[in-house]
Design a protein around this ligand. Structure first.
Ligand code: SG4
Ligand code: ZN
Length: 264
């Protein structure tokens, strides 16, 4: 028996604020980027992933947390080019429902969704001792957002994750996978991006995230997208196979925020 659920499913996102007040706040994520309303900030230099390509000899792990597939990152990975030093924590993905042309990204550009979105989560290790403390602080987190589109060719870097989804079909499962170059998942141009202050896109929706959304998208093949959108279940029991789909939040009001761009 197969059912589907998603961010728009039974525990609908419109109800999040009843249980998690921050989800109803004024600086929520994701947002739509209306490009004509963004403001160029010449002080926004290129971001520099630190140690992303250095994976040592320990394997990575991959787990299904019932909402997405998560890859915890080793503590030596960080991010340069921000006002503080940030340490990588984990990366995960958001996607749609397998229908052709259906969106799956959280951020949209001029109202357009992309097929999926990769998030690399970091915490401010200069000011805070760990992720749990940092996520409650206004300047605690930095998340990189990468929009994913489909193209003709398979993206070899993404096979490092997608190849193993069949081993973590059920919520709660995890698998050890060969370590790989995390930077290979990112676009090549890390100098062109949008920047704004926002939140975690899932409850508790803490407004603690300095968001970076790269303008360059990365491409994966249709086959790769289908794998992402159909292999995982949001459920624990083999008996109820709730396909993990549409695990994205829809764009939230910008309110009085301005989205900056790193380019004119
Ligand atoms: C996903 O549910 C991740 O699984 C969560 O990570 C993550 O929470 C949450 O999204 C929100 O992150 O970049 N989309 S987001 O704003 O990183 C955190 C885990 O549960 C706190 C490990
Ligand atoms: Zn996310």
């Amino acid at each position: 028996w197969t059912t589907t659920t998603g961010a728009a499913g039974s525990v609908g996102q419109s109800k999040w604020a009843e249980y998690f007040p921050d989800c109803g706040g004024k600086a929520q994520s994701p947002v739509d980027v209306a490009t004509v309303q963004t403001q160029y900030d010449p002080s926004l230099g290129p971001l520099t992933p630190l140690g992303y390509s250095q994976h040592g000899n320990k394997p990575f792990s991959l787990y299904n947390n019932g909402h997405t597939v998560v890859v915890p990152l080793p503590g030596w990975m960080g991010l340069g080019g921000l006002p503080w030093q940030f340490t990588a924590v984990q990366m995960h993905l958001h996607w749609g429902n397998g229908a052709p042309e259906a969106g799956g990204s959280e951020h949209t550009i001029n109202g357009q969704s992309s097929a999926a979105e990769l998030h690399v989560v970091h915490y401010n290790s200069e000011l805070y001792p760990n992720m749990s403390v940092a996520m409650t602080q206004q300047d605690g987190l930095a998340v990189l957002g990468v929009l994913i589109e489909t193209g003709e060719e398979a993206n070899q870097a993404f096979w490092n994750i997608l190849n193993y989804l069949g081993r973590i079909r059920h919520a709660g499962q995890s698998v050890s996978i060969p370590a790989f170059d995390v930077q290979s998942l990112l676009p090549s141009d890390l100098g062109r991006y949008y920047r704004y202050n926002g939140s975690l896109t899932t409850p508790p929706c803490f407004q603690s995230v300095l968001w970076t959304l790269f303008t360059e998208t990365v491409k994966i093949s249709h086959t790769q997208l289908m794998k992402l959108e159909t292999v995982l279940y949001a459920s624990k029991e083999e008996a109820d196979r709730v396909v993990m789909q549409d695990n994205y939040r829809t764009p939230q009001p910008l309110n009085d925020r301005t989205i900056l761009s790193s380019f004119p």
